[in-house]
Design a protein around this ligand. Sequence first.
Ligand SMILES: Cc1cc2nc3c(=O)[nH]c(=O)nc-3n(C[C@H](O)[C@H](O)[C@H](O)COP(=O)(O)OP(=O)(O)OC[C@H]3O[C@@H](n4cnc5c(N)ncnc54)[C@H](O)[C@@H]3O)c2cc1C
Length: 489
Amino acid sequence: MAGDLLEYDIAVIGGGAAGVAAALEAGAAGAKVALLEQADDIGGTAAISGGGCCMAGTPLQESKGIHDTPDIAFEDWVKCGQGAADEQWARYYLDHSLHDLYFWMESYGVKWQELQQNEGNSVPRWHRPANNGLGLMTALINGMKSQGATQVFTTTVVDKLLVRDGRVCGVRAMRAGAITEIRSKAVIVASGGFNSNLEMVLQVRPELKPYKIMAGSGPGATGSGHRLLRELGAYFTHMGEMAFYVYATPDYRDPQASRGLVFRGISGYIWVNQQGSRFHDESRSGAPAATPALLQQSPPHAWAIVDSQMTGAMQIADPYYRDGDNILRDRIKELLERSPFIRCAQTLEELARKIEVDVPAFLGEVEQYNQAVESGLAREPRFGKPLKGCKKFDTPPYRAIQLFPLARKNFGGVKTDIRCRVFNQHFELIPGLYAAGEVAGMAGGHINGKAGLEGTMIGPSFFSGRVAGGWAAHEADFGPGFIGKAREV
Ligand SMILES: Cc1cc2nc3c(=O)[nH]c(=O)nc-3n(C[C@H](O)[C@H](O)[C@H](O)COP(=O)(O)OP(=O)(O)OC[C@H]3O[C@@H](n4cnc5c(N)ncnc54)[C@H](O)[C@@H]3O)c2cc1C
């Protein structure tokens, strides 16, 4: 069915972190922007995320007496990426994280509330904003509305990039059953990752095909933007690199049980494999260390063992289980009682039988762990897990929560230059085409490498969105391009 033909300076595909940041930046330069979002609302995965950003040398860090600089952060970053990080992009991001992310977000009303030190970071630098990712996105979306330069089209699926005389000159989208063509001087693809599309995940990680893997990104992270880029011959890199989370269990409300729920806040739990043995220091639960440990098990799944006291502080990283900062305990109870992937028993022996592991091996593990706690050791002897704040398994009912690897964040994507212009397979730039955010491995193609420090997903997505918006506007004859402000050293 024929539809509209519209004209804008810039078309942005995707209304998540990178897309909204790009629209704001292009709008600030004076460009007229169309922001196209397939969902009924903008916000993307970013709005359901933790919103934690990795930033270095901030006032929040200073207020807590933490000395951090882009140099220190860069060293941690490169080590964590195991030689595969794009060092130019990582350096660019970290040097700008204070002014062009921390203060920039504050200028829209964001409050940075709390710091965490995640695995691989030599100091606490994961900054949590008030109201998590929703807080960040609400602030920016309000800012975009008051700026007035961007027209938002929701329920609008872009299905083709338009090309004329070798230049990308707009997009074709489906809206209310009709085709809309949006002509523009440049297009920014900010369509997110593909970790909610298991077929695509397994295509790039074929060795995982025999096993149960769960999808764990936002509903829009299906890789549709990757397809649009691929049709124009774009170059993709590091596609098999992604963060699989370990502490996730299938969502029993999903009929296919292919979506996973990440849970946190259970201190002192242990994980056992299908043989009933522990295999890892559970306090190192981040993807860099825990994922390889889980993937080495046969089969690559595990059970998190908890007693009734341990579940008291449990949190589920899914909007159904929280209302803003408020945890909905009734819903967590509902999950514990109804999920077929969670077994419950009054004794540890009965639990071992219910999860079909080797009973003596399992009971031996728990006994050894309990003894370590009881004798007041600082660390348990098997894997060196710190025992501070841990308790014995002694309060029935006991539960076993089944864990499968959960695909969460893409570390690879389309390759771009430092202005977010997309390369083709001959390493030539595709005129008029930009990419930012997770579709571009968060920034540039692979800013993290093989693993990330945490907060290195959404932070670089906002930043690369801004860079893309600034330079796309410049190409459309608005503004000087993205300059920003690097931290003085
Ligand atoms: C539960 C969870 C928690 C997380 N917590 C953190 C965290 O604390 N810190 C961190 O650094 N990272 C975190 N992440 C990762 C982070 O949220 C993402 O990497 C980030 O949101 C990526 O931003 P983006 O703009 O590229 O994509 P998104 O935010 O996903 O936005 C992309 C948008 O594009 C739309 N879209 C896709 N294709 C089309 C199309 N063809 N037409 C129109 N629209 C389209 C999608 O619907 C979506 O709205 C988390 C992820 C999850 C799932």
